[in-house]
Structures are given as structure tokens and as C-alpha cells.
Design a protein around this ligand. Structure first.
Ligand SMILES: [Zn+2]
Length: 680
């Protein structure tokens, strides 16, 4: 079946999307509520002492002390004995920091790599023919005639113009600027065969790009905005860990989200470009920066028209695999330090119940001489501190985090976003010394504060060898009941392959039946999760924006018991794994929107509101207030009402448990839907 491109369907989708964005704007303006939740997480015993020397070993009775805030100390100074008790939250047993003991064994080799994604200025030589930097702004896109010389490609139709009081939505304000359609952006089939490639990386042309200007729109996540340049670089940053014969690459991407089909393409292309690289598992997690380009399709020239730029999507994958190759080639014998602390500055939960993930996790990989190979930080907040009015590409506050880590520790720093659903935002929150108003200084300062916390926590962490590595991947097919997202996919905005008839429920391989590939007409989405464990650390991907209670517990609506839907509470992810340091890689392997617990999932079922079939929009997923009048915006941009059971139950499975029969939330009735409509 061909692609549906009638104006009417486009308009319908645009209306749905506009309404979704409008409710988003209203949700964003809701009154501030203080963060008061401290989620409980079990702490586990984990000895960090060197058993042969006794160095760093605790005295009996030392653990369980009242753990204060970690002392500040020189992170590279490991020879002055204990500087204080570094305990905070889970993990970190307070033992003394030290340089690696020469007798300590480590089987790990660790390497870091980074490649810029910034679509401004002169492209790398092999990509020059595919991008045309604007003569003034340097921003990449198809060549166009900038009639009004404002640096922006003007579509002639104003849809997102909050700054222009005279603009009318849908009004034609000016002529559409002429552009040159490059063949590679529309050549081939969007899902299979691209006609153009760069050293094994294919440009998957999109039929919808025919006649459309392909270029970079920024502020994805908020809306769509003309890009006028870059304020700091966006990156693909990779850490490769090899132990024994096993090698895992974990990549952080400064984009709003990267769908699973793109992740799969990157894995395939990595093997084509670097057949000699024995990467057993490729993990890709988006930071979700709202200050960069549309990599999903939702925030293009007009709502309802795919905003992705096919050549740039291919370029991102190319940079990912080069960053992985750089990291692999740079790998060297490594020891590790792990730390966790609590840091809740400038995190606001935008809706009740107030549940935030307070944990800031850090890892530092060091050489025998104590010098740093690289570091990893994991924190749970939306990288949107620069707000919705910014026309410059940026990685937002993680830029400040990485700068500070690299200045103070050396090596390459990687930032992973954690449980950002709920949603966790720094907007209008106080950043000490910089207030609540958006500014570049405040954005980067927040990032530096995060890094300082990580450095302090790491300064008292013991150095340990890594002698084990496990990794597990689980693919599953999930029904999507968000009809707005399905409609947008059907008209070619998201380009997600869809499936029908899959049955991937349960651990028993007999029950893993793959669906029939149905392109854009199916109702099931295929996604995946990966768990990587080495030393005392777990790195778990979740395919979207995870509500923190799914990670840490704290279910229920004490503020409004009537708002609890009665759906069973999902298994708490942190309770499934024994690992002492649990890094959650949000938007990992996919970005299917918010992962909302069933007890708190409310969405408007329009057909019920219009029993006679009348109404403005026959399909759609519109925001539904709960019985206490609280808005539930996140559900409108969540692919499925059963995503939370899937994600938590698969997490339990990845932890080696079998939750499918024992956990109510994992039962068939809570992980499956009426495939032809909204779940009842
Ligand atoms: Zn988000």
C-alpha cells in the first residue's frame, strides 16, 4: 500500500499534532510544585577493599554510619588516605580512594571516542557533496534562495510563531523560498534501499522529501525553529569496554531521540565500515537535548510533515560508528572507580505525584598511573535548560558537565540522561548563582555543578579492577494504542516500521513469535532493551522517557487517590538487579516517548466523547485531566499505554528473573491491548 499523502490527511495529522503541542504548552505553564520526594532504593553490601593487602578495607561496624555529604577533595589525590566518608544514597561504602594496586588484577580494556554532530560550517570531506552550508549561518541543508536574507528557509506558512503576535496559524505570510531538491534525500525506499552511501553508510531517502526542503530545524522537543548556528557542539561520544573476548560499545548522542530502526542501521553499518571491529553489543542512548535538530520527524517545517533530513540522519550514524571505532582503537588496560551521590538541584517534577530520581552516578576509568582515560556521568533531568526560544544548536547543560569533567579529571567525558520522564525539567528552577531565567551562563553552570558533584563523589571512591562483563539484549513487539502517533507514522512523519501478529510475551522461547512486517499500517512497534554489567555496575537501556517511580518505586497518588487507575504497579527496576551502581540509559535504543506507569495513565478516548460519531477529530490521543484536574500531557506523546509493563517486565527478565507469571503487571492482560483501538 502506498503512502497516504492527501492534503486532508496531512491537515488532520497537523491538527492532532497542533493540539498535542498546545496541550504541551499549557502543561508547561502549570504552577510549580516543590520536589519533596526521596525515593527509597535498597543499598547493597559490596566490598571495595583489596583483600590481599587490606588496603581500603572497612573496620567492622563502620558501614551503616550516618553518611554525610561527601567531602570535597582533589579527585586525583588518592594517596592522602581517607578524606572523609563518601557515602550517599546507594553504593559507595566509604573506603579509601587509592591509585590502582599493581597487584590488583584487571582484565578490562576501555577506550573513549567522540565525533561532533554539529551541522554547521564545513562538513567533513566525504560528506561535502550532501550538505550545503548556508552562506551566512553555515547551517546545513538543501540549497535555497534566501529571499529575505534572514538566514532561514521560509515555508510561507506560519504554524509556530509564538514571538510574532501578528502571525495567524496556517496563514501564508510570505512566499515559499525556492530550493534545489537533492536526489539522495528522496531516492530509494525509506525503509530499505537507499541509492547513495558513504563508506557503508546509506542515506535512506524518504519519499516525503520529494519537493520538501531538507535541512536542519532546531529546538526539537519544544517545536520547530530555524537554526541560525551553533552555540556549542553536539556529539556522538562512545565508551568501549572489553573484557576477555567480549566487547560492548555504549554511545551517548546529543539528539532529541533516535528510533530503533536507526540504531539497527548503525549496528549494521558499523559492521560494514569496520568489519574487523568485534563489537558484540552496540548501545545508543540519546541525551534528549531540546536545543538541537529534529531527528524524529515531529518538529519539521510544519507539524505533520517529516522534519528529518535524510542525509543528516546518515551522517549521525556515520559519526556514531566512527566514534565507536575511535574508542575501540584507543582502548587500553583500565581500572575503574564508581560513585553515586544525590543531587536534585534544578530538577522539577512537572506533575504529581512528586517522584524524582535523585541519584547522580559516575564512573571514572583510570590507567595504572592513576591518570584518567575517561568518565561517565548519569543524571535524570531534561537537557532543555536553554528553553524554547533558542535558535542555536547546543547540547544544553551536558556540555558544561563534560567540559568540567574533562578539565578536572582529564580524558573524555560522556553524559547519559537517565529517567527524565515524569517529566523532569530544569526550566524555571533555581541554579545557584544564576537564578531561574534562561541564559547560556545558567545552562552551562548547571552542567558544571553536575560535574562537580560527580568529581566529589568519585574522589573518595576506591579503584578496582574489572574482571567480568555480561550483556544481554531483548527484543519485543508492543502494541501501540496512541492513535495520534500511529496516524503521524502512517503519513510518513516518523517512518517507523510496524508489525502485526507478533507474540513476544514471556521468557519461554516458544512464545517468541515475530510479527509480520507491516510497514506503516501495523499496530505493533518493535523495540529492544539491553543490560550491560561489569564490576559493580549495571547499564540498562529503556526505550523512552522513564517515569522515575518505575525505576525506584513510589507508586500511588497520595495527593489524589481517585486518580489511581487501579492498574497493578509494575515491578520496580532497581529491585530487579543486584548491581550496586545502576546506570539508567534513558532513550536507549529507541525513543517511544514517555513511559508512564499504568496506575497514573490517563488519556482522552475521543470516540467515547462523541458517541454519535461527530466531533472535530475522529481519532487522536488528547490530553485527559485526571479526577483531580491534573493534566496528563505525557500520555499524549507516549507510544503505548502498555509500555511501562513491557519495559519493567523485560528489565526483570534481563536481570534473570521470570516476572511474567509472578508479577500482576506482567500478565498478558496488562501487556497486550485491543489491537484495533484504544485499550478498554
Ligand atoms: Zn521529554
Amino acid at each position: 500500500m502506498g503512502q497516504i499523502t492527501s492534503g486532508r490527511v496531512r491537515l488532520l495529522a497537523a491538527v492532532i499534532a497542533i493540539m498535542t503541542l498546545l496541550v504541551a504548552a499549557v502543561a508547561g505553564a502549570s504552577p510549580l510544585l516543590a520536589n519533596d520526594h526521596q525515593a527509597g532504593a535498597g543499598s547493597s553490601e559490596h566490598g571495595h577493599c583489596h583483600e590481599d593487602t587490606g588496603e581500603g578495607c572497612e573496620e567492622p561496624g563502620q558501614s551503616g554510619d550516618d553518611h554525610g555529604k561527601p567531602d570535597k577533595g582533589n579527585p586525583n589525590d588518592g594517596k592522602d588516605g581517607c578524606e572523609g566518608d563518601g557515602n550517599a544514597g546507594r553504593g559507595n561504602d566509604g573506603s579509601c580512594p587509592t591509585d590502582p594496586d599493581p597487584d590488583e588484577t584487571t582484565k578490562a580494556k576501555v577506550g573513549f571516542g567522540k565525533r561532533a554532530l554539529t551541522p554547521v560550517g564545513e562538513p567533513p570531506a566525504e560528506w561535502v557533496e550532501f550538505f550545503h552550508p548556508h552562506p551566512v549561518t553555515g547551517v546545513w541543508g538543501e540549497e535555497f534562495v534566501d529571499l529575505d536574507e534572514d538566514g532561514c528557509y521560509d515555508t510561507g506558512i506560519k504554524l509556530d510563531t509564538p514571538d510574532d503576535p501578528d502571525a495567524v496559524i496556517g496563514m501564508i505570510n510570505e512566499p515559499r523560498e525556492p530550493h534545489v531538491d537533492d536526489p539522495w534525500n528522496s531516492a530509494g525506499d525509506a525503509h530499505e534501499n537507499g541509492a547513495f552511501e558513504v563508506d557503508g553508510v546509506t542515506i535512506y531517502g524518504d519519499p516525503q522529501s520529494t519537493g520538501k526542503w531538507d535541512g536542519l530545524w532546531t529546538n526539537a522537543g519544544f517545536g520547530s525553529r530555524c537554526t541560525l548556528g551553533a552555540h556549542d557542539d553536539t556529539w556522538a561520544r562512545a565508551v568501549v569496554v572489553e573484557v576477555g573476548g567480549d566487547t560492548v560499545a555504549m554511545v551517548s548522542l546529543d539528539v532529541v531521540g533516535f528510533f530503533n530502526d536507526e540504531v539497527r542501521r548503525a549496528a549494521k553499518e558499523l559492521a560494514i565500515r569496520y568489519p574487523e571491529l568485534p563489537i558484540d553489543q552496540l548501545v545508543i542512548s540519546s541525551t534528549h537535548t531540546h536545543e538541537s535538530v529534529d531527528t524524529m520527524g515531529y518538529w519539521g517545517e510544519n507539524l505533520g510533515i517529516d522534519g528529518k533530513f535524510p542525509a543528516y540522519q546518515a551522517f549521525i550514524r556515520s559519526q556514531i560508528i566512527d566514534a565507536v571505532a575511535d574508542a575501540y582503537k584507543a582502548r587500553e588496560k583500565a581500572y575503574a572507580k564508581f560513585a553515586v551521590t544525590e543531587y536534585t538541584t534544578a530538577i522539577r517534577d512537572s506533575r504529581p505525584p512528586q517522584v524524582i530520581d535523585p541519584y547522580l552516578l559516575a564512573a571514572q576509568f583510570v590507567r595504572e598511573d592513576g591518570s584518567t582515560i575517561g568518565s561517565v556521568v548519569n543524571w535524570s533531568n531534561h537537557p532543555e535548560a536553554q528553553g524554547s526560544g533558542n535558535p542555536y544548536i547546543s547540547s544544553d547543560f551536558p556540555h558544561g558537565t563534560r567540559m568540567e569533567l574533562e578539565e578536572k579529571l582529564g580524558g573524555t567525558a560522556v553524559y547519559f540522561s537517565g529517567s527524565v520522564g515524569g517529566l523532569m525539567t530544569p526550566l524555571r528552577e533555581n541554579v545557584p548563582g544564576y537564578g531561574t531565567e534562561v541564559s547560556w551562563e545558567r545552562t552551562y553552570a548547571l552542567g558544571r555543578l553536575v560535574a562537580e558533584q560527580a568529581i566529589t563523589a568519585l574522589s573518595t571512591a576506591p579503584v578496582e579492577g574489572i574482571n567480568d562483563l555480561q550483556h544481554e539484549r531483548r527484543e519485543f513487539y508492543m502494541e501501540s494504542d496512541n492513535t495520534a502517533i500511529r496516524a503521524l507514522n502512517q503519513i510518513g512523519v516518523f517512518d517507523l516500521p510496524t508489525y502485526a501478529g507478533a507474540e513476544s510475551w514471556g521468557m519461554d522461547p516458544e512464545q517468541h513469535r515475530d510479527g509480520v512486517y507491516a510497514r506503516r499500517e501495523g499496530y505493533q512497534l518493535r523495540t529492544e532493551m539491553i543490560a550491560v554489567q561489569f564490576g559493580p555496575a549495571l547499564f540498562l537501556t529503556v526505550p523512552g522517557e522513564l517515569f522515575p517511580e518505575l525505576e525506584l518505586g513510589g507508586y500511588g497518588r497520595p495527593d489524589c487517590p481517585a486518580a489511581d487507575t487501579g492498574k497493578p504497579y509494575e515491578p520496580v527496576i532497581s529491585e530487579q538487579f543486584d548491581a550496586e551502581y545502576q546506570f539508567i540509559l534513558g532513550l536507549g535504543q529507541d525513543e517511544l516517548g514517555y513511559i508512564v506507569p499504568g496506575y497514573d495513565f490517563w488519556i482522552k478516548k475521543l470516540p467515547e466523547n462523541n458517541p454519535d460519531g461527530s466531533g472535530l477529530i475522529p481519532i487522536g490521543a488528547l490530553e485527559q485531566d485526571d479526577p483531580c484536574g491534573e493534566g496528563h500531557y505525557e500520555e499524549t506523546v507516549s507510544a503505548s499505554s502498555v509500555m511501562a509493563p513491557w519495559v519493567t517486565c523485560v528489565a526483570a527478565e534481563l536481570a534473570g528473573r521470570n516476572p511474567w507469571a509472578s508479577e500482576a503487571a506482567c500478565a498478558h492482560e496488562h501487556t497486550h491491548l485491543n489491537p484495533y483501538g484504544i485499550n478498554e
